[in-house]
Design a protein around this ligand. Structure first.
Ligand code: VGL
Ligand code: ZN
Length: 195
């Protein structure tokens, strides 16, 4: 497949707390970083827009166990755990989208409670390419919303990893995304506009 104007890359929650050693570590979550760097280089070379969502919680967020939620404390805004992974080569002109910022409401999708859809439409984006963490939560919901909102949606299957609270959740999430209209794609399936 050849990239063209109207395409955009969306990285989902590639943050320290979701990498090994982090507060909500995704198994092998660090392995998405070098692959995403390949995608970042390709999209940057083609002059295509790049977005990076981040989970950006208050210290008393409702998704934390202390508040009755399912998760350990993670991605508290401005903390080291909420920072993008050290090795991630995010270009300076990438657009950062913070989500799940309100204490009383969780948001797995990068579209939920943000202006991501408006920003994409403003830049005439019709196709989105989505990778990051975690397959079975924020990637699943971001890709599902992208389909629902009318974007042609590709999920970067070599640049996602699952939490797998239940074994098989990652595979199941991929099936669900396909059912909802997303296509799965790998780096070697992509070409720049010239090559
Ligand atoms: C996520 C669980 C809690 C994710 C965020 O980014 O997939 N998962 N918060
Ligand atoms: Zn979260």
């Amino acid at each position: 497949m050849r990239l063209a104007s109207g395409d955009a890359l969306i990285l989902v929650d590639v943050q320290n707390d979701f990498l090994p050693g982090g507060a909500l570590a995704v198994p092998d979550g660090d392995q998405v970083v070098p692959v995403l760097n390949d995608y970042l280089r390709l999209f940057a070379r083609e002059g295509l827009p790049i977005y990076a969502t981040r989970d950006w919680h208050t210290p008393d967020h409702c998704s934390f166990r202390e508040q009755g939620g399912p998760w350990p404390v993670h991605c508290v805004a401005e903390s080291r755990g909420a920072a993008f992974a050290d090795g991630l080569q995010l270009p300076a002109n990438a657009t950062v989208v913070s989500k799940a910022t309100a204490p009383g409401k969780d948001a797995y999708s990068g579209f939920e409670g943000t202006d991501l859809a408006q920003q994409l439409r403003q830049r005439a984006v019709g196709r989105v390419f989505i990778g990051g963490l975690a397959t079975d939560y924020c990637v699943l919901q971001t890709a599902s919303d992208a389909c629902r909102l009318g974007f042609t949606t590709h999920v970067l299957e070599d640049a996602i990893r699952a939490v797998e609270v239940h074994p098989g959740d990652g595979r199941h999430a991929c099936e669900t995304m396909k059912q909802r209209g997303a296509r799965l794609l790998r780096f070697h399936d992509l070409r720049g506009g010239e090559g």
